[in-house]
Design a protein around this ligand. Sequence first.
Ligand SMILES: Cc1ncc(COP(=O)(O)O)c(C=O)c1O
Length: 368
Amino acid sequence: MQMTDYLPLPGTPIEDLDTPCIIVDLDVAESNIAKLQAAANDMGIDVRPHSKTSKSPYWVRKQIEAGAIGVCCAKLGEAEVMVEAGILDVMIPNQVIGTSKIARLIAIAKSANIIVAVEDSGNIDDLSDAAKTAGVELGVIVEVNVGMDRCGVDGHNALDLAKQIESAPGLRFDGLMGYEGHVVAERDFEIRKTEVEKSMGILTGAAQKIRDAEIEVRIVSAAGTGTYNISGRYPGVTELQCGSYIFMDGDYLEVFDDFEPALSVLSTVISRQKKDVAIVDMGLKSISMDRGLAEVISPSNASIMKHSEEHTKIALSDVDSQSLKIGDKVRSRPTHGDTTINLHEHYFGVRNGKLEEVIEIPGRGKFR
Ligand SMILES: Cc1ncc(COP(=O)(O)O)c(C=O)c1O
């Protein structure tokens, strides 16, 4: 028997899908892709979507068909998945450190245009040595700390690294990136705008300093979903690296409704011992709660009380929800899509209430 034998056939009604599983509303996800691309086209900026959300070449191909110039991957393992699937323009807006990872990076750079972020002079030397030895050209961008205080150099230190990359054999200096992750989920638009403009000021200021030194800065990459229309309008930013917009999640819906929710986790009631509580077959191994408990979207008047590994307790607060029986389905929207998707091997892509396509998630778990 093949591992995939248990997968449902196209045409299966949603309520007959085996659970727990991720459901993606294909119309909604496709419309989110089109909306971001249309907004970017209006703003005159490129889109290089972050695949840390979908972790799937299927979705990246749709984003490229819509007009994206390539893809971002958080991890080398995800980048390998994309290159293997024939997606040959890949940015890793993250540091790749250590001999074995650099060897893997160079291996994919033999067949794809790979751009990697750096913030450290020793790492630049290591990348250059490996690229030169293999006879490949590796694109490099300097990561600037634009206020998130995660990775990245202060803006005024970017020039020294740019000069080092410019003169390093095997490396091609492509530009800068800065991720304003500290403000992407700020609920108040005016505060978000003010903070993002400060961040983009740091990033584009660093780019200007490098240009003043007569070094070309081709790429200035930034933005998450919550800031696409602020960073995207900021003069000097050249591309957007948004990820979550494709499916949205409960957390982002608190920020805005520019994009619509496409993702849910379907589960089945497996126990009904109390009038006002149902137990479903979804637990921490099939839905994440790092940003809080998911919202039950059907039935209404039901809410998640508690997860354990393979079970979830659902409170049923009215007569309708209390009519839920063993075998009935419960649909929940995760608060954080990316970490939920990472738990699954497939999306069940649905349209008009039926399964249209089973979509693989080969980038799941590729965090190395
Ligand atoms: C470096 C980087 N760029 C872009 C994104 C995309 O952000 P979002 O999911 O808000 O669209 C992330 C998200 O974690 C990120 O870490």
